[in-house]
Design a protein around this ligand. Sequence first.
Ligand code: NDP
Ligand code: MG
Length: 377
Amino acid sequence: MKRIVILGATGSIGKNTLSVLDGMLDRYEIVGLSAKSNIRGLIETAEKYHVKTIGVTDDVDTSAVNFDGRILKGKQCLTELCDLADIVVIAVVGPDGLRPFIHCLKNHITVAFATKEAMVYGGKILRDLIDETGTDVLPLDSEISAIYQALRGNDKKSIKEIYLTASGGPFRTWDRDRIASSSLAEALNHPNWSMGRKITVDSATMANKGLEIMETRWFFDVDPSLITVVIHPESIIHSAVKYKDNSVMAQMGETDMRTPIAYALNYPDRVENVSRELDLFSRTPLTFERPDLEKFPALKLAMEAVRAGIGEQIVFNASNDRAVELFLQERIGFYDISDIIKRSLDSYVPREISTVDDIFAIDEQVKALVEDVTRGM
Ligand code: NDP
Ligand code: MG
């Protein structure tokens, strides 16, 4: 039996992971779960899977809660939970996934990660730690899983281009004026994927693809110039790698996160029918477009940030995180998100970043700056 912990168990990836694990409980024992504040949802899940240790990162009042087990509290509960496991699924939203990620690497605990913000912040620190420790790390994000699969059995030095595919989100066919006056509900109406609210807004702005460029750059340690974003509205090809002989390896499937999750949890084996099956004949034609960087300025800013360096990546993500929160509260408009990112990047003065504390110092400063800029909006 492998012991597994799920960080972010009450979320979209968390629930999809549990759905995959339903068919694998003869091989996996779920020993820990976390949420931010949803203690009720967490206890319900813990009881269903007989999990004895749970953690909430917020300071939730648990005095009246009835749970036959241990409840850990505060951000450090994420690393404490990791110690119970052979494999940890990191599926929290945002950079708080970074510290447990590092903890697992240092302690040789296998990581299956969805939280792209952790890779965006960790960048070279994470990449170096993965190499130094040799700890197994498997991607859950569908595009990163696709690239991982397309690279298997091939020489990384032969990569000519990585096609990072994107659906284009709900505003792909809208003009800029219409997008500018879009509502929150329209931004949350993703055409293909059902996901958490934050990443759904990121898909509408295409900041999500920007974060995935950064994730790809560091997880596979490739030069950003090799990464090309391709709009593929049908979301059947999840990404592809072109090699120097002009052969292109693509990974395809239905838009079902259980496919990459099952791949990671069974790696290197494949299991039967855990997710929806692709029928190519019912999914034609497959189409491809170049992204419109005027309509999606967040993607353009991300491309500039990844070329500039890790500091700029952190600024991009920190300002986007805070701006999306404000957008979800309907305090700012759609294009205010990219305006805020741009202002934050423009005011960033590059500095030395060698520790996790350096990373979170920038995160805090940027979020405070966004707070100042948007007060009264
Ligand atoms: P959800 O919002 O659906 O779920 C997030 C989970 O993490 C919940 O359990 C939530 O707890 C918890 N959480 C939220 N914020 C924090 C925090 N600051 N610290 C600790 N725990 C936190 O998100 P998703 O499942 O959609 O996404 C999770 C991650 O996976 C993101 O980084 C996203 O970019 C990435 N991803 C998601 C995909 C998807 O299909 N959903 C696809 C590819 C990547 P609570 O319920 O209490 O709020
Ligand atoms: Mg993705």
